[in-house]
Write a protein that binds this ligand. Structure first.
Ligand code: AQP
Length: 359
């Protein structure tokens, strides 16, 4: 190979219903990429057991639901590989190797672990702590070059690059000797002449990289927030969407006419960002139309837009989940395609490390 083949990898955990943040920050942005380069979209079920083991049936159902949401949002199994992570064992194997590449100090800095483990750090699973190593393995088992995610994953992607860089450096001689490296496209003193793993590019852009809770504009919209009013779920009906937007926390002022006026108004900023992302425009454009108006006028418009955009997807998700056999077929075909890429990568990684191959 003279250069890394461009390839997209991303995923969502089947830990509950997908919400507007997952959709606007990740899944909706994957759709156009399918026509630009090879794309792999994973339902990351091995990540779904890091906080605690969910009920077995709920995990199975959520895996199918997330798959249905991908397809309802426009991910086409004819264009993209769609599969669930636990079916391709190379993820777990590479994650173990990366457990031995990553340093404790690096993982100790991960803010998501601190947030999720909270005060009860001693009781958190080792899996929750090592989660970013598995995420690096998810991406690098395919030598993926581009990863579209929300802003909350930025630090984990930096860690993925650190792991790739350390592996490339530690095994530089071996990679060169085996002739399986790719010339470093951006030569620098920090990296060797030939790389085995690409320095993956995060793709974090647009007006919706961090959708905030509808109850608290300083907290990320999240599946695990105990308040259902904090998020719009992709399977909410029109009434639930309208109710949640109507009850969304705001301040008493009218909307500003300029983006600068959203500073220090997290809830207003969030709702304007959601409108911009759903209408595929920008905060500037939204404020041009709504600047000077009260939330009593803006909220119904946002609610109508959200229902218009989400209702067809919700209907399609319902149709797809009614036929689990079809979903399982998509996941099976996807797992076979994914394995066909990851197996040779792991064969080479074992060779680089020096694991004796007797089979
Ligand atoms: N609020 C958000 N705004 C924008 N993007 C978001 N993402 C998540 N929340 C937001 C993006 O969705 C993708 C999948 O996320 P995940 O399944 O790995 O779960 P998460 O980030 O842990 O999502 P949650 O909803 O916050 O789950 P819990 O509550 O279980 O932690 C990623 O690309 C993420 O950036």
């Amino acid at each position: 190979m003279t250069e890394f083949q461009p390839r997209v990898f991303s995923g969502v955990q089947p830990t509950g219903n997908l919400h507007l943040g997952n959709y606007l920050g990740a899944v909706s942005r994957w759709v156009p990429l399918q026509d630009q380069m090879p794309t792999i979209f994973c339902v990351v079920d091995s990540h779904a057991i890091t906080a605690s083991f969910p009920n077995a049936q709920e995990l199975t159902d959520a895996t199918r639901e997330v798959t249905a949401a991908y397809m309802a949002a426009g991910i086409d199994p004819k264009k993209s590989i769609i599969f669930n992570q636990s079916q391709v064992r190379e993820h777990a194997e590479l994650a173990w190797i990366f457990n031995c590449v990553a340093r404790m100090g690096w993982l100790n800095r991960m803010t998501q672990f601190k947030e999720k483990a909270g005060k009860n750090k001693e009781n958190a699973s080792v899996g929750l702590f090592a989660y970013p190593n598995l995420m690096a393995a998810d991406i690098l088992a395919y030598r993926a070059t581009h990863v579209p995610v929300g802003d909350d994953q930025k630090q984990h992607l930096e860690l993925t690059r650190d792991i790739a860089a350390k592996f490339n450096n530690d095994f530089a001689e071996r990679i060169k000797e085996l002739g399986i490296g790719v010339p470093n496209p951006t030569p620098s003193p920090e990296l060797p002449e030939y790389l085995y793993f690409p320095m993956t590019e995060p793709m974090i852009a647009g007006p919706a990289t961090r959708i905030m809770s509808l109850r608290d504009g300083t907290k990320k919209m999240s599946k695990s927030d105990p308040s259902d009013l904090s998020r719009i779920n992709l399977n909410d009906d029109a009434d639930a969407i309208s109710k949640k937007i109507r009850k969304a926390k705001t301040d008493p002022d009218a909307l500003p006419s300029e983006v600068d006026g959203l500073k220090d108004r997290p809830e207003a900023d969030n709702l304007v960002g959601i409108y911009a992302a759903l209408s595929q425009s920008s905060k500037e454009a939204v404020l041009k139309d709504f600047g000077g108006q009260q939330f009593s006028a803006f909220k119904p418009a946002l609610s109508d837009l959200a229902v218009e955009k989400l209702a067809p997807m919700t209907d399609e998700m319902r149709r797809l989940t009614a036929d689990p056999t079809e979903i399982d077929k998509v996941l099976k075909a996807g797992a076979e395609q994914a394995s066909a890429i990851a197996e040779p990568v792991l064969k080479e990684v074992r060779k680089i490390i020096g694991f004796l191959d007797v089979r």
